[in-house]
Write a protein that binds this ligand. Structure first.
Ligand SMILES: [Zn+2]
Length: 368
């Protein structure tokens, strides 16, 4: 044992000490310091008296940080008797993505408010980076929920992303609501002539080309309907239908008027009436109606989605308001994406195979 120990000691004394690792990696921006313990094995450490290396000539950027890359550097070291030089590789890498911090994940603004997305982001990274966001879908004139994707990529292509949800809310105007009269006979009320009032039949608000709602009816998005919609969208997404979280929901009178006037100016009244409601006749003004959209922003009308929506929307309290084959009575083309919240009675309407007009026995079709 003793002999063996002595031999091993002797060999260590004779062998040239070596830098133990030949590649050292540092994250870009990190301060670079190689310590004796990092460079040499413990068995060599005691024989190393001095060591140095020079990284002062390596290429640096304007921040004074060594650029990402591989650099051969010489480690000079000496024992009591000898001087050595060994070349190792110094690797500067950037593996960390920029950090994005949102001041809030969900921002609620009023219709017409302007926002600067950059006001809601702070970001940082050791290397140069760029923050980008896409707010092209955000329309502050249209109430709804919008997702803004924010990405930050550094020059070494490390990227991170965050989503800012912006809810554009209709400015609150107290609604004028005529309560349904439980004493009233179940005869459908006469369509309004001059003074427009909201029309409820069996407690269900009816809006079509015959029945309008007042211009100041602006209760905004109905929270119960919205919650049901979110459930339904989640379910569709879990079934891998291409449906986005955003949708077209509540529209106030003024906005619908602007939409319709634009269409009328472009295509003429007769054509505009086939695809756009006149102000005061849009179901979107009820806050109970939502248009589903694909992730690319297009309205949902693919056969597979449309079939699923037709047979399942009622489970969430919705009806497809303008079904196929009911164009004459609803006054609209088939719109598989346009959902109207009814509540539990949606299932009854679904199984009846009737349009809402037929189900409530009220007049539909074109404007009078
Ligand atoms: Zn619609």
């Amino acid at each position: 044992m003793l002999l063996s120990y002595g031999a091993s000691f002797l060999i260590k004394g004779i062998l040239k000490p070596q830098v133990a690792v030949d590649n050292y990696s540092f994250e870009y921006g990190e301060s670079i310091e190689l310590k004796a313990e990092d460079l040499f094995d413990e068995s060599d450490l005691e024989s190393i008296k001095t060591f140095d290396y020079d990284i002062s000539n390596l290429e640096k950027d304007f921040r004074g940080n060594i650029l990402v890359g591989n650099y051969p550097i010489n480690i000079n070291y000496a024992s009591k008797l000898w001087k050595y030089t060994q070349t190792i590789n110094l690797a500067i890498v950037d593996t960390s993505a920029p950090k994005i911090e949102l001041k809030t994940n969900q921002l609620t603004i009023d219709v017409g408010d302007k926002i600067d997305v950059l006001d809601y982001i702070t970001s940082s990274d050791l290397s140069e980076y760029e923050v980008q966001f896409d707010d092209s879908k955000l329309d502050v004139k249209v109430p709804g929920t919008y997702q803004i994707l924010i990405t930050a990529c550094d020059v070494y292509e490390n990227c991170s992303e965050e989503t800012l949800e912006v809810i554009v809310k209709e400015k609150f105007v107290p609604p004028v609501v005529a309560k349904p009269d439980p004493e009233a006979p179940s005869q459908p009320p006469k369509p309004p002539v001059n003074e427009v009032k909201p029309t409820y039949v069996d407690g269900i608000l009816i809006v079509n080309k015959k029945y309008g709602i007042p211009s100041n009816f602006a209760s905004g998005e109905d929270p119960t309907a919205k919650a049901a919609l979110v459930k339904m969208i989640n379910e569709m997404q879990s079934l891998e239908f291409d449906i986005q979280n955003g949708y077209s929901g509540f529209r106030n009178y003024a906005y619908q008027k602007q939409l319709y006037e634009n269409y009328k100016a472009k295509d003429g009244q007769a054509a505009a009436d086939t695809y756009s409601a006149r102000p005061g006749h849009s179901e979107h003004q009820t806050g109970l109606t939502f248009d589903l959209k694909h992730k690319n922003g297009a309205l949902v009308e693919g056969a597979a989605e449309a079939a699923w929506i037709k047979d399942n929307a009622h489970k969430f309290g919705f009806i497809v308001r303008y079904p196929k084959g009911k164009e004459a009575i609803t006054g609209y083309m088939h719109e598989p994406w346009h959902l109207r919240y009814i509540g539990p009675r949606a299932s009854d309407i679904y199984s009846s195979n009737l349009s809402l007009e037929e189900y409530l026995n009220v007049e539909g079709g074109n404007y009078r």
